[in-house]
Design a protein around this ligand. Structure first.
Ligand SMILES: [Fe+2]
Ligand SMILES: [Fe+2]
Length: 245
């Protein structure tokens, strides 16, 4: 396995943790007015963000790069912070969280069976769908607290994607070029399916946010073009400065 500088990613995640601590939380006390379809939709995403990430940590540890393991732990802490903020947003809107959701339980069960590379490919489906969702929530929600939380989560997800792309590029580099192409084309096919499932499941919320189901799927596919290129050997945005590695 090719080892690259995950130290830069560790520093990026740590800098973000410090920035987050300095900024503090959104002002939950101002409350939130959330329509019922938005509440239901956020509740499902909240379950998806929540998890201890122990399976991913174990696989990252076995990959044998301590800096990568450290970066994965910091990444998981960000996802757990998303779950925490969504829970507090729901509470600010007078709503609770779900105990679990069938789609999330299935997702977690499938991911536990996978090796690191395939797990990251599956995780990347969730990251790309999340990008579209939080962008829709940030830009389309009437409630300012919901917009603020969505904006904060979106900024994190935008960093998660190149982080995973870098590891996947290394993981797939051992495959011959046609096999790599087949993997990334297959991944984009699965992404279309995952985005369509979410577009149907969250259709009423997306409509309230001003995003049609077809537009949601099309946007997810469009945004994945550079990721597929990055995974199969193309440039991956570096942390922070935006330079290419
Ligand atoms: Fe997240
Ligand atoms: Fe993420």
């Amino acid at each position: 396995m090719i080892k690259t500088g995950y130290g830069a990613w560790v520093r990026e995640f740590e800098a973000e943790r410090e920035r987050r601590a300095a900024l503090g939380d959104p002002d939950w006390g101002r409350g939130a007015r959330l329509p019922a379809e938005i509440v239901r939709s956020i509740q499902k995403f909240q379950v998806g963000e929540d998890g201890d990430g122990s399976a991913l940590c174990g696989k990252a540890d076995r990959a044998g790069d301590p800096a990568y393991s450290e970066a994965v732990r910091l990444f998981i802490a960000e996802e757990q912070n998303h779950a925490r903020m969504l829970k507090l947003l729901l509470e600010a809107g007078g709503a609770g969280t779900l105990g679990g959701h069938w789609s999330d339980a299935a997702f977690v069960r499938v991911r536990r069976l996978l090796g690191l590379r395939v797990e990251l490919l599956v995780l990347m489906l969730a990251e790309v769908v999340a990008l579209g969702y939080y962008r829709a929530l940030r830009d389309g929600a009437a409630d300012p607290l919901a917009r603020e939380v969505a904006g904060r989560i979106l900024a994190d997800e935008e960093r998660h994607v190149p982080f995973h792309c870098l590891r996947l590029r290394e993981g797939l580099a051992l495959l011959p070029r046609p096999a790599r192409r087949a993997v990334t084309a297959g991944w984009r096919g699965l992404l279309a399916g995952a985005a369509a499932l979410v577009a149907v499941d969250h259709g009423p919320a997306l409509r309230t946010l001003g995003v049609g189901r077809g537009a949601f799927v099309a946007q997810a596919l469009r945004s994945s073009a550079w990721m597929a290129r990055a995974m199969s050997g193309g440039p991956v945005p570096a942390p922070a400065a935006g330079a290419q590695v």
